[in-house]
Design a protein. Structure first.
Length: 68
């Protein structure tokens, strides 16, 4: 998912997407451990997407003035 698409989502939708990505990373790591993962780059892509979602959530919940 592109950053542009993520910026259009609401905070609740971002939280749902975060949960989905965390679960996906977990399952990908299990597949890697059992040598059933055909594309190891999928883990990297998923982790980066998760980082983007977390960054947007943090920006929106921190509000003006930066940190809390």
């Amino acid at each position: 998912m592109k950053l542009r698409e993520l910026k259009e989502l609401s905070v609740d939708e971002l939280r749902n997407r975060e949960r989905e990505l965390v679960a996906e990373v977990f399952h990908l790591r299990l597949k890697r451990a059992t040598a059933q993962l055909p594309n190891p780059m999928k883990i990297r892509e998923t982790r980066r997407a998760l980082a983007r979602v977390k960054t947007l959530l943090r920006e929106r919940t921190a509000g003006p003035g930066g940190r809390r």
